[in-house]
Design a protein around this ligand. Structure first.
Ligand SMILES: C[S@@+](CC[C@H](N)C(=O)[O-])C[C@H]1O[C@@H](n2cnc3c(N)ncnc32)[C@H](O)[C@@H]1O
Length: 242
């Protein structure tokens, strides 16, 4: 049974920046499920995309893996021999729990869980790279270099799956989609206090881009097919094929 996220349920006098610490790792499955519209659909579809794009003797990367939900979904779908999944996160609490989740089930596909900054890991011989709600936590000036490194490390025909929260240039649309997201959180049992305290804690550390910015940057880097394949309110997922 997942622990319920009550981190922001009582008034917090000094609201610091949101971090992926032990308290967050403990409640993370509940937090992300109740906060990100479409999360479980995206996790399932990442497995389906991996089934199509993973090639024998290649490496699959899950960057900012948290507890390994995308890794486990992909591992269930990989049929080929000689494949390995490298799951990376720089939160010790996430990595520790991710290793437990990964080792709970046996599989022919190896998974290596690495505690590291995704800006400093090598990407090589990749058929699939996943950034599932991770890029938005990187400083904006570091995003281009990471995506260029992923492009270089992907084999021709390889795929990047990039899920993010989005901002919208049109103010009316932007506010409406934020309101709908907050309705989604209310419907999932979060109080007004929880919604507003979480919003304040996360706004300094999570800086989303617009769909147009993502598409332009991925296109400039050289990806040939860049499409949004899922969107619910201000959250969505793209693929970019090399
Ligand atoms: C919203 S969570 C990702 C959720 C996860 N991909 C999933 O599908 O369940 C963002 C994760 O990215 C990690 N992260 C953020 N910046 C990072 C960096 N520079 N290097 C490695 N991990 C990072 C955080 O520790 C956190 O676990």
């Amino acid at each position: 049974m997942a622990h319920r996220d009550t981190i922001f349920s009582a008034p917090i006098e000094k609201l610091g920046d949101f971090t992926f610490d032990e308290r967050v790792a403990e409640v993370f499955p509940d937090m992300i499920q109740r906060s990100v519209p479409g999360y479980s659909n995206i996790i399932s579809a990442i497995g389906m995309l991996a089934e199509r794009f993973v090639k024998p003797n290649t490496t699959v990367y899950d960057l900012g893996c948290s507890l390994g939900a995308a890794t486990l979904s992909m591992r269930r779908h990989i049929q080929h021999e000689g494949c390995k999944i490298i799951a990376v996160d720089n939160s010790p609490a996430m990595v520790e729990r991710c290793r437990l989740h990964v080792s709970a089930y046996r599989s022919d596909t190896d998974v290596e869980v690495i505690e590291a900054d995704i800006r400093h890991v090598d990407i090589d011989n990749a058929s699939v790279v996943v950034l599932n709600f991770t890029l938005q936590f990187l400083a904006p000036q570091d995003r281009q270099a990471l995506l260029e490194k992923i492009y270089r490390g992907l084999r021709p025909g390889g795929i990047l799956i990039l899920s993010e929260k989005y901002v919208f240039d049109n103010d009316v649309a932007h506010e409406l989609l934020i309101d709908l997201h907050h309705d989604f959180k209310r419907a999932n049992g979060y109080s007004e206090l929880e919604i507003s305290q979480k919003r304040s804690a996360i706004e300094n550390v999570m800086r989303p881009d617009s769909i147009a910015v993502h598409k332009e940057r991925l296109g400039e880097i050289g990806f040939s097919s860049v499409e949004v394949w899922f969107q619910c309110f201000n959250f969505g997922s793209m693929f970019a094929i090399k």
